[in-house]
Design a protein around this ligand. Structure first.
Ligand code: ATP
Length: 363
């Protein structure tokens, strides 16, 4: 009769529904009482209808749907202790002490904090006479397991996050479509793709579509990038190619830390090469649509494993994320992954700063 709840938080990604479905069905199979929490942490804080019991049928016919049917949100209240106190009470009242959080590093950090604070939150709820000491004793440990839902593939500890493969499909479909018209008119297309601070989508999408030049945040180009870009594009044309494709990751920047935008690239091409250059910003199309087979299966495996991990957790076990390692769904300590992810972001920012200082001759 264990109470388990699943929720999606932060930005949505394709495959989240498949993960929700697998968590719910595995939990029912194992005899749990399962709940959806709608609208992420906001629903946990608000309680009421936002926390609803799920059954086998309530997750039927969602495996193929993009987005998240239980909604996702960013929630300021949960960042405050008062919000987390309300959330704890809402869970206790329903006997929920097992959570599957499907989100990015922020959502997982919030979940870890909630777990660490759990006993002090329960102490406060007893003190306020909101819950009884019996309830406190019965529900004294909160178990959490994380699944990473993000199209960016920007999380350390897993080979792939849920949604990345589908986003890549959206990107290559779009580049293929653009390439055919670019070919007809001998145009150059500059495509801006998502990924925030991570260049994975730009790099892999570009490789899969024979892009001529790719800008990613992890490898800022040398200061003479306009020369290199133009000579590369000119060389391709002189070899008989009728079109050029340039990919710009949304987080792309130069070595001084200034963003490199699709407009910057177009300006260089317009001025120096006089190509007929056009910009296409793919935007949220990349986050939409039906999940690929890979994301559906990945999410199913991860969702089922998340429920199993919760059922096997003891009061001393550390929270884990379910990761893909090679072809295995494995359990990795949650905070270790979050800390590594944040350390990579910090190291990149420091490198940019060091490069900028060096370039300005102020080292
Ligand atoms: P995405 O990768 O799409 O941005 P994310 O999970 O990283 O997903 P965030 O906006 O960082 O998205 O976090 C989602 C929610 O998680 C926040 O709105 C907040 O409610 C909660 N959260 C994030 N960080 C913390 C924190 N340090 N303490 C408490 N709650 C947090």
């Amino acid at each position: 009769d264990k109470g388990l709840a699943v929720f999606t938080s932060g930005g949505d990604s394709q495959g989240m529904n498949a993960a929700v479905r697998a968590c719910v069905r595995m939990a029912i199979y194992l005899g749990c009482k399962v709940y959806f929490i709608r609208e992420g942490y906001q629903g946990m804080v608000d309680g009421g209808d936002c926390i609803q019991e799920a059954n086998w049928a309530s997750v039927s016919s969602i495996i193929h749907r993009g987005g998240t049917i239980i909604g996702s949100a960013r929630c300021q209240d949960f960042r405050e202790r008062q919000g987390r106190l309300k959330a704890a009470n809402n869970l206790i009242q329903r006997g929920i002490t097992n959570l599957v959080v499907i989100g990015g590093d922020g959502s997982l950090t919030g979940a870890n904090l909630f777990r660490q604070e759990w006993s002090s939150l329960l102490d406060e709820l007893v003190k306020n006479k909101t819950i009884t000491t019996e309830q406190q004793e019965k529900f004294n440990v909160l178990h959490i397991v994380g699944l990473v839902g993000s199209i960016d593939n920007d999380f350390c500890g897993t080979d792939m996050t849920i949604g990345t493969d589908t986003a890549l499909h959206r990107i290559i479909e779009a580049i293929d479509a653009i390439s055919s018209t670019a070919y007809s008119h001998q145009r150059t297309f500059i495509m801006e793709v998502m990924g925030r601070h991570c260049g994975y989508l730009a790099l892999v999408g570009g490789l899969a579509c024979e892009a001529d030049f790719i800008f990613i945040p992890e490898m800022p180009p040398k200061v003479d990038w306009p020369d290199r870009l133009c000579s590369q594009l000119a060389q391709e044309r002189s070899a008989g190619q009728r079109l050029n494709i340039v990919i710009v990751a949304e987080g792309a920047m130069d070595r001084e830390g200034h963003p490199i935008t699709a407009e910057d690239v177009k300006k260089v091409i317009d001025e120096r090469l006089k190509h007929d250059a056009r910009i296409t910003v793919l935007g949220h199309v990349q986050r939409g649509g039906n999940p690929s087979a890979f994301d559906r299966i990945l999410a199913c495996r991860m969702g089922a494993e998340a429920t199993l991990a919760l059922m096997e957790a003891t009061k001393d076990s550390v929270p884990v994320v379910i990761s893909l390692d090679g072809n295995q769904a494995v359990r990795v300590p949650l905070m270790e992954c979050v800390e590594r992810t944040q350390a990579v972001a910090k190291a990149m920012a420091e490198k940019r700063w060091a490069d900028a200082v060096k370039l300005r001759g102020r080292s």
